[in-house]
Structures are given as structure tokens and as C-alpha cells.
Design a protein around this ligand. Structure first.
Ligand code: SF4
Length: 216
């Protein structure tokens, strides 16, 4: 696999179309996460998407498929987008880290998700910056604490600040909500239902904001 030196420099990456960025990221070795992962999972969606959704990192199924948000959390996200009235084709989905970080389960062959370190998030940041530079979304939606804190600062608390529209140099507007995987981890059906409804409300807020509804 090519070394980091073959990845584009940020200023070159910014000018590159998405297929070129995806191809370059496929050989990235800027941190060690590529070693245990199957492949780079780059973002997916139209280059002129209005909304960019950013999660933490690909999961087990995404790692195998090479596509973001295709596992259970992705299916839940798709459902929430439909219920919020957001056209999936108007959304670009990606992660702050493009390789799956995992450790083996104590028993069996299951691969257990591990949270990426700050250094790994920083190493991967040029890819996200390049995606932002190409897509130029009107609104950037951080899914979960890892994405929110890496893009909005360590003091950001999704539990307190979810749904708030924030001014940021990253995009004209930035907002954070939960990661759909947290809804899957809810302890019972009632809790799962209420968390899903809150997630849909956050996405509806995004949709209304984009339509210029002052009541949003
Ligand atoms: S996680 Fe990001 S920075 Fe690290 S090797 Fe993968 S693409 Fe490169």
C-alpha cells in the first residue's frame, strides 16, 4: 500500500473532485488505523449536497462494504431522514475518521468498536476538510459526541446543545445531534422510541431551517 507521501497535500486535495479524493484516501497511511481495517470508508453522496452528515467512524459492516452508514445505524438514519422529510439524495454522509477502529471480542470473532484517539481524528481531518471544500454544504450535521467535539470543541455537549444552529467557519451553519448508534443501544423499546423521536425532531429542525422557516 502506498505511503502517506502519495496522499494529496491539503491544497491539492481541496481542488480535487470527490472520486479523486476517494481514490487517494484509499491508500492513506497517515495513522495506524488502516492496518487492522479492511479498507478506507470514504464519504458518499452528491458533490452539491445541501446537507453533510458527519459521524465518528465506519462500523463493522461499513468496513466490509467500503461504504458509510450501511449497517443498522445507517438504516435507522435513513428511516429518520424519511420521517424528517429530508431527501436522501440531498445528503452527503461521511465520518471524521475513515477507517474502522476495533478490538477483538474476548470470545468469538466479533470486532468491537473502539473510540478513535484525538491524534487519529487529527490525522484524518484533511480528508474531511477536503470533502467540505468540495461539497460546501449549507448545513453540517455532527452525529454524536466524537464528531461534535472534534469539530466544535471539547467543551461541546450534545446532551445540552443538540439542535442549536451554530455559526462556524466549517459551513454556513453547523448543528449537532446524537449518533443513530446510540439509539440502537437504548435499554428498552420505550426509550428507543423516545430517542428516535427526538432524533427525528432534530432532523426536522434542520429541514425547516434550510427552508428558511423562521420558526425553526
Ligand atoms: S483513519 Fe484516516 S488518517 Fe488514519 S489511515 Fe485511515 S484515512 Fe488515513
Amino acid at each position: 500500500m502506498p505511503s502517506r507521501n502519495r496522499s494529496p497535500e491539503p491544497q491539492q486535495a481541496y481542488a480535487a473532485p470527490l472520486p479523486c479524493l476517494r481514490e487517494a484516501a484509499a491508500s492513506c497511511k497517515a495513522c495506524d488505523l488502516w492496518k487492522a481495517a479492511t479498507q478506507t470508508v470514504f464519504g458518499e453522496g452528491r458533490a452539491d449536497a445541501t446537507i453533510m452528515l458527519v459521524g465518528e467512524q465506519p462500523g463493522d459492516l461499513e468496513d466490509r462494504a467500503g461504504r458509510p452508514f450501511v449497517g443498522p445505524a445507517g438504516k435507522l438514519l435513513d428511516q429518520a431522514l424519511v420521517e424528517a422529510g429530508i431527501d436522501r439524495s440531498d445528503v452527503y454522509v461521511t465520518n471524521v475518521v475513515k477507517h474502522f477502529k476495533w478490538s477483538p471480542a474476548e470470545r468469538g470473532k466479533k470486532r468491537i468498536h473502539k473510540k478513535p484517539r484525538d491524534s487519529e481524528i487529527q490525522a484524518c481531518r484533511p480528508w474531511l476538510d477536503a470533502e467540505l471544500a468540495v461539497v460546501k454544504p449549507k448545513i453540517l450535521v455532527c452525529l454524536g459526541a466524537t464528531a461534535a467535539q472534534s469539530l466544535l470543541g471539547k467543551d461541546f455537549r450534545v446532551s445540552r446543545q443538540r439542535g442549536q444552529i451554530i455559526e462556524s467557519p466549517l459551513a454556513p451553519h453547523v448543528v449537532a445531534t446524537v449518533h443513530p448508534s446510540s439509539i440502537l443501544r437504548a435499554q428498552d423499546d420505550e426509550s428507543r422510541h423516545s430517542q428516535m423521536q427526538a432524533f427525528i425532531q432534530d432532523l426536522k429542525h434542520v429541514a425547516r431551517f434550510l427552508k428558511g422557516d423562521k420558526a425553526a
